[in-house]
Ligand binder design. Sequence first.
Ligand code: IDP
Ligand code: MG
Length: 149
Amino acid sequence: METTFLMVKPDGVQRGFIGEVVSRLEERGLRMTAMKMMQLDREAAKEHYAEHEGKDFYEPLLKYITSGPVVAMAVKGNSAISLVRDMVGETDPKDAKPGTIRGDFGIDVGRNIVHAADSSESAERELDIFFNGSDYQEYKRVEESWVYE
Ligand code: IDP
Ligand code: MG
């Protein structure tokens, strides 16, 4: 099983999509193992988006991601990293397919509702920014033997 990092961004929180995002993950059979609402300060935002430093959208991105509360989650399941990325959709909601979170709810690349880790290295790095060991809950959903063969 893999654990990935997903975050409902400030626009997702303001537009009332926390429940929708959690529902989609739960309905897919994934399991949240940690969850936290917080507002990122500039330092935390810079750490999270370090790979984008220097790009033309970097400053607007920092402003966006620190503009209000976010909901951070650890999400566990078989192939969770690629599965959740696929559920989130393309970075620019204009290119994201219907059925994906961004493709169903977004229009503008600067307001794309959710973040999801793009690799196991990113997932590990990002989870460590947001969560400590004691933030995680180890349990199994009762239906898991009906989700997995
Ligand atoms: P991702 O979120 O799909 O992994 P990245 O390329 O890692 O996409 O970019 C991180 C975030 O930066 C995006 O989710 C989006 O919020 C923002 N972003 C990316 N490219 C642009 C752009 O061209 N204009 C404005 N914002 C952008
Ligand atoms: Mg990314």
